[in-house]
Structure formats: structure tokens, C-alpha cells
Ligand binder design. Sequence first.
Ligand code: ZN
Length: 369
Amino acid sequence: MTTGFFWDEKCFWHGGGAYALTLPLGDFVQPLAAGGLPENPETKRRLKNLMSVSGIDQELAMQSATPATWGDLARVHPESFLTKFKETSDAGGGELGLRTPFLRGGFEIAALSAGLAKEALAQVLDGTLDNAYSLSRPPGHHCLPDWPNGFCLLNNIAIAIEAAIASGQASRFAVVDWDVHHGNGTEAIFYDRDDVLTISVHEEHNYPTDTGDITDRGTGAGAGYNMNIPLPPGAGHNTYLETIDRLVTPALQDFAPDVIIVACGFDACTFDPLAHMLCTAETFRQMTAKMMEVADETCDGKLVLVHEGGYSEAYVPFCGHAVMEQLSGSSRAAPDPMAEVVAQRQPNTRQQAFFSEVITDMATELLGT
Ligand code: ZN
């Protein structure tokens, strides 16, 4: 079993702007001391560091990749947008969308982030790796073809998929987005296509506040190939696993992709400052196990996870490490120091019955079951 891990220190150098989480700075909002984006490098760098401390990195095929080329980017993003992005980046940085500030060199770092995802997917598809994780930063799932938003400057997963199609490596892709926010960019890019099944599990109307509805199923040839699973705030470990079992897995089995790509945000974790869910490191471990199972069943185990959001600097590394343990089968653990507490914070039986009822309703609407 060979598991790849794609990362590059340069991706941690992306930054820009003074922020206070996502509050608009103004007369009464003081910028946070760190002065940077809530999407800051430390959640990711600390994951990479934890992997070095546990030693699990010695069992993984750790590597960087070349940046995605202009041609790679242009399969997803219009040249007019790319030119403006490159020029603004060369001129010192700026902001071309919503909450996507970048500094000089931001274009090159975003292309590198996409390049990591592209290479991870390519190496899984050609059999060099059994599965892989791409620690892409900046993230990608919110980015529309011509409008970056939600910390996402280029759509990493879409760029990777289009490169794989162009090289003839695969033709059917399933994207499972368990970042706590709606994968609006990926949805928009593939909304009218039946060769890419997009599934987003998210907190309803968190971000964006006006997309991600269950009724948005795709259009034209893509009708039925987009699935939104908006969960109420407060959903935790059991609800996420039940969602995977009852909604996501049947859709993947039915679609039978060549590869499964997970847009892996860790912001559904209980410590996240930008969302209101109760997932734990163990949740992410078990969701990964379930994805491996359905990948074994449908596509020879071909599975690629691409990092998206997750804003708890202290806790995200433990979630990510649990995913890497599961993905690689390694016994080099980094035990969740909060395991007992976060297990106790889960919804009680009566609340859990409510969440199950929500899932039952969605199964009827989405799968007719
Ligand atoms: Zn997110």
C-alpha cells in the first residue's frame, strides 16, 4: 500500500490583508493580532509538523509537484480572469473577489496548490500510488471560473479533474465535499455535466449563505449529478457517519466513478470558529474508512483527498493525522488529546433522533428511498 502526501512549504507563504475572522473590518472591528486571514497557514503547517513528530511521514510518499500550467488553469478559468490575477499578483497583490486577498506571488502559489492536487490525482490514476492526500493551500472548492471567493483563488479539484480528462487518464469522477461550507465553485463548474458527480455535505446556509440547497440537482445533461446535503447546525459524529452511509455511499455506488476525490475540509470539527458542527478526529478517520470502502468497491480503491478549509489551529492537525493513519494503514498514531471531551459533547439520544429524521427526509428527496 503506497499513500502519497503532496505538500510544499511555499503554499504556507500565501497570505494577505488584515482580518478579524470573517467580520468586515470597520470602525468597531479590530483586526486580530495575527493580522492575517482566518485561512492561515498554521492549521496546515501544524498538520505537516505533527506528521513529522509521529513519524508517519516516513511511511508516506512525501513530495511536492510542479505548479499547474497556464493551460491547466485555462481549462477551468477564463483567460481574462487568469491574466488579471497574474497582473495583480505581479503588481504586489490585491483582491479580485470576496475574502480572497493575496500578496505578490499569490498567482504562482495558487498554481502550485492546484499542481499538488493535479499530481496527486495523476499518480493515483496511473497506479503509482494507491491513494493520496494533497495539502493544497490556498483551498479551491469555493472558486468559480471567474470569481474567487471564500479564501479560494483557483478551483484545485476542477483543475486536477480537467487535466486527468485531457491526458485520457479517466472519464468519470465523483467529488465528495465534506468541508462544512458548500462547495459552490465545484458545483457551478460541473453543474451541467454528467461525467462529474458533485456531492456537498455542509452546514445549511453557513457559507455561501444563499447556495447549497437540496433542490439544486444540476441542469441539462448534469441534471441529477449534483447533490447537496445541507445539515442543521449541531450535527456531530453520528450524523456525519449516517449521512455518508445513507446518502453519499449509495450515490457513489450508483454512479460508479473511475476515482473518488474528497474535498477535505476539517471545519466541521467541534473547535472550528467558522461553523457549528461537532465532528471529531475520529469522525474524519471513520469517514475516510468509509470512502476507502466504497472506493474499493467501485474504483479499485482510487481515492484522493484534497485539503480545503479548517480553522482550528490546535485541533485540525489531529483530524488530519487520523485521516492519514486510516489512508495509509499506518500504526504511527497521534492520539486526539481531546477524544474523551469531544465524545461527551455529542448530541443526546433525543437530538440524534432529530438528525436521523432529517437524513431520512433527504434520502426520500435525493434518492427516492
Ligand atoms: Zn470550509
